[in-house]
Structure formats: C-alpha cells, structure tokens
Design a protein around this ligand. Structure first.
Ligand SMILES: Cc1cc2nc3c(=O)[nH]c(=O)nc-3n(C[C@H](O)[C@H](O)[C@H](O)COP(=O)(O)OP(=O)(O)OC[C@H]3O[C@@H](n4cnc5c(N)ncnc54)[C@H](O)[C@@H]3O)c2cc1C
Length: 456
C-alpha cells in the first residue's frame, strides 16, 4: 500500500541507541544463567525475550494475563475468507528481526501499488487530483513539518492553529500524523515525534501480509517459547524487597523467581495494576506518567461487494473513522473488507456508544462518500475491536506528550531496577520505534541483554 514517507519512520536504529541486530556476534554466548526468570506478558516483547532466553538455555516462564498470546497482535478468524488483523497490521521497515521472521515464514506481501484517497466535504479524490487545492497542499505540508519541527514544544493541534489550517482539511493532517501515532491532534507532541523520527532513521517501507496473519508468524517462530507461557495468569504484585522476587497473581498465589522482565503495556503501569514492593524509583514513576497512551480501535467492515475504486489502498475521511485500510487489497479473496483505524478522542467517543449504534453511524459516513445507501446496503458483517476496553491492554500504543521529556523519558522507563526488574515493551523503546512490533521485540532484546550482562 502506498504510505506517506513521513509517517512512522521505519528503520532499525543505527546510532548510539541501537540495540543491535540478530546477526551481531553475541557477547553473552558463552554464559549460562541458572536462576529463574519470569517474563510478564506474552506480546511481541515478551515472546521475543523468551525466544532469546530459550536460545541461551535459560530457565524462564512467561505469565500472560489473558487467554491468548500475541498481545496487540491478534487476528479475527472466520469473519472473511482471510484472517483480519485486529491490532498490528503492517511490518514497519525491512531491517528488523521481525521483518526477517516474516520473510522466512514465506509470507507474501501485499503489492505496494495502491492509491490513497482523501475526503474533503463530500468529495473523495487522490492526492494528485486534489493537488491544485491550496488547503489540501497545506494539510500535507503540515503533516511533513510535524516531523521536522524546531519550535517550542506544542501539540499538533497548536501547529495546525498557528498555521491557520482550514477546517475543511484538518482531518487530513490529523489522520496522517496523530491518528497514526495512536492519538488525536490535541494530545501529540510535535517535538516528540520529530525527535523520534530523527533518531529512528529514514523510511524503508511498510509491508502488509497477503496470505497469512502476523500472529501465525509469531506462533511459528516462537514454537519453542509458547509451551513456557502460562495463560490466564495476571500478575498483580511484585515484591522485590528480598533476595528472591515474589510474584503474586490474581488468585493470590505466589511464586519466587530471581529476575523479572516486565513487558506489560504502559497503561497497565499507569493504572497501578501491577504493584511493586518497594515502590518503583521516582524517576520511573515520573516516566510512566510522562508518556501518552489512550483509546484506540479497529473497525472491521465486511461488504458483499466492492464499491470503492479498485486501486484504493487507504481512505482518509472527515467522519468518525479518520482512516480506512482496504484490508482485502492485493489478496486473492472473495471478501471485501475495510478496516478503520480510530485513535484518541474519536475512539473515546465511539467507545461510549453501543457497538451497533457506532457501526450504524460509521457506515452512514461511508454512504455520504460513496452514495446514499451504498455502504449500508452492502454491509454483511462488522466488528469493533476496542483496545481501550481490553482489560490487560487498556489502549492503543504509546506516543510522546508535550513537555513529556521525549526519548529520555522512554529511556528512564526502560531502566532496570536493582538488577532484579527489567523493563521492555513498545513504550520502552527509546530508539524511535515505539508503537511498533519490531520496536517491542527490540526492547525485549535490550532487556535480555541487560539481564545477562548483570549476571555475567
Ligand atoms: C490498532 C493497532 C494497530 C497497530 N498497528 C501496527 C502496525 O501496523 N505495525 C506495527 O508494527 N505495530 C502496530 N501496532 C503496535 C503494535 O501492535 C505494538 O507496538 C506491539 O504489538 C506491542 O507489543 P508489546 O509486547 O510491547 O505489548 P503487548 O502486545 O501489549 O503485550 C503485553 C502483554 O502483557 C499482558 N499483560 C498485561 N498485564 C499483565 C499482567 N498483569 N500479568 C500478565 N500479563 C499481563 C497483556 O495481556 C499482553 O498480552 C498497532 C497496535 C494497535 C493497537
């Protein structure tokens, strides 16, 4: 699919903050740690940490609160004639272990030939068709400027206000930048995303899978790790005041381990759903507060016919759903599927409605674009995946907030505590790749490296 170059930069970190690639000489290859390691959370970060520990022959167990592995990688089966991604959908960049895993799995990529369409008022046109519209031009320029911002820290909304961006095109800048970053314009720091883009590096593409789900790749690659996952095991308390660390679960059962790798989403830490004795250091608590993460959802709409232009990859709208991906694009499928990505305030608003009402309103929006009754008449099935309502996720993915301290805050979040607790998960990635699967995996690798270094 065609994606704008300035969105979510995608290269594996190459500067001082790099965590290394899987091909590097392994500095800890000779060592074997005999202690018990617990990993909390079986998302991409936790599973990859397990994968690396498995390679080292270490003793580890992964505790997962929900009834499934994958975390924010999840697919919807049986809704269409292919698995629909409810969380992560695209592989961001081609220089990561994650990309390599996908390649090795023999997955076919969706061809990068699609066109993006933008709604202004009731008109839907491509970028080149809107090209003479000055408001549209400014909307795209601002989306670019947001990643090259040099002024005092402000929100994307303030940048749009200062630039006097016309109301008729504001949704475009917001969708291209804030919605992609998991939030809305009034909450996202443009200085923060500029810093992340700078450190994260240049763009090298986004890849969608045409013939298998992301979860199936994870399952295949982590097949030795999955037996070590204990599902339905929500860890509630971590007491690291003694030599051995006590983990207490929701059933008030305790177990003792020597090291813990914590990969739970930021929101779980923000909501104090994991309690620590003694309390975490002040710098960590401040970091937890100074990174944003909030509501986000995917809206899956299945139709009995395609009423959009055959070349369509994505549609940016001014309605309830800022952006749709044509998830059936580039697949050999009889299903016609639009997947809407809704983040921040718009997700909160939809989340407050009964699901049937939300879907009805969303499809009516599509009727405004494609013709009266067109989408409504073709709808066969719909589902909202509301990540904010998932009890062990509670949101979409992390983003920088104004005056939040930027990547240094993420680094503070990632710091290990007393050589006992190690922190991973997408929000701890301080090399510019937070909010991604490969970033989550790299954070898992970093945590494992820190742990092995401490015991060497
Ligand atoms: C709608 C959406 C679209 C996305 N699109 C993309 C995309 O296209 N490309 C991309 O690269 N990334 C995308 N992402 C982001 C990507 O999915 C995440 O960055 C990544 O999957 C996070 O992995 P993680 O291991 O850090 O966290 P998670 O996957 O959230 O894993 C954490 C795990 O911890 C578990 N847990 C929580 N509390 C406890 C507890 N107390 N005890 C035990 N277990 C617990 C949770 O159940 C969860 O399984 C998207 C995310 C969303 C929500």
């Amino acid at each position: 699919m065609q994606r704008r170059d300035f969105i979510k930069n995608t290269v594996i970190t190459t500067g001082a903050l790099a965590f290394g690639s899987c091909n590097e000489k392994d500095p800890y290859a000779e060592r074997k740690y005999e202690g018990q390691i617990a990993i909390i959370g079986a998302g991409a970060a936790g599973l990859y940490a397990g994968y690396l520990l498995e390679e080292k022959g270490a003793n580890y167990t992964i505790f997962e609160a929900s009834e499934q592995i994958g975390g924010r990688i999840r697919s919807l089966k049986g809704f269409a004639d292919f698995d629909i991604e409810l969380g992560a959908e695209e592989i961001r960049g081609n220089r990561s272990v994650w990309y390599d895993w996908v390649k090795e799995s023999g997955a076919a990529f969706v061809p990068d030939t699609a066109t993006d369409f933008y709604q202004i008022a009731t008109q839907l046109r491509t970028e080149s068709q809107w090209n003479t519209d000055l408001d549209f031009q400014l909307a795209l320029q601002l989306a670019q400027q947001a990643f090259n911002y040099t002024g005092t820290d402000s929100t994307l909304l303030q940048l749009m206000d200062t630039s006097k961006l016309a109301a008729r095109v504001r949704h475009i800048t917001e969708a291209l930048v804030a919605n992609e970053y998991g939030t809305s314009a009034g909450r996202l720091s443009v200085k923060g995303i500029t810093e992340e883009a700078l450190i994260g590096g240049a763009v090298d593409g986004n890849y969608g899978l045409a013939n298998r789900s992301l979860l199936s790749v994870l399952e295949e690659k982590c097949k030795k790790v999955i037996p070590k996952v204990v599902l339905n095991k929500q860890i509630k308390r971590i007491d690291f005041s003694s030599d051995r660390i006590s983990l207490e679960d929701a059933q008030v059962q305790r177990r003792f381990v020597d090291k813990v790798i914590i990969t739970v989403p930021l929101t779980i830490l923000q909501a104090n759903e994991l309690q620590f004795t003694p309390p975490l250091p002040e710098a960590k608590i401040t970091a937890i507060k100074n990174i944003g993460m909030g509501a986000g959802m995917k809206v899956v709409l299945v139709f009995n016919r395609r009423f959009w232009d055959v070349t369509t990859g994505s549609v940016y709208t001014s309605g309830l759903v800022p952006k749709y991906n044509v998830s059936s694009y580039g697949r050999s499928t009889q299903s016609f599927v639009l997947t809407g990505l809704v983040m921040g305030e718009k997700a909160e608003a939809l989340s407050g409605l009964p699901s049937a009402t939300a879907i009805q309103n969303i499809v009516k929006d599509l009727d405004t674009i494609y013709g009266k009754g067109v989408a409504t008449g073709a709808l066969t099935n719909a589902r909202i995946m509301d990540w904010g309502k998932e009890p062990f996720i509670k949101g979409a993915y992390s983003y920088p907030i104004v005056d939040g301290g930027g990547l240094l805050t993420r680094q503070a979040l990632s710091q290990s505590v007393q050589r006992k607790l190690y922190f991973a998960g997408e929000a701890t990635h301080y090399g510019g790749h937070s909010g991604t699967v490969h970033g989550a995996m790299e954070s898992g690798r970093r945590a494992v490296e820190e742990l092995l270094k401490d015991v060497s």
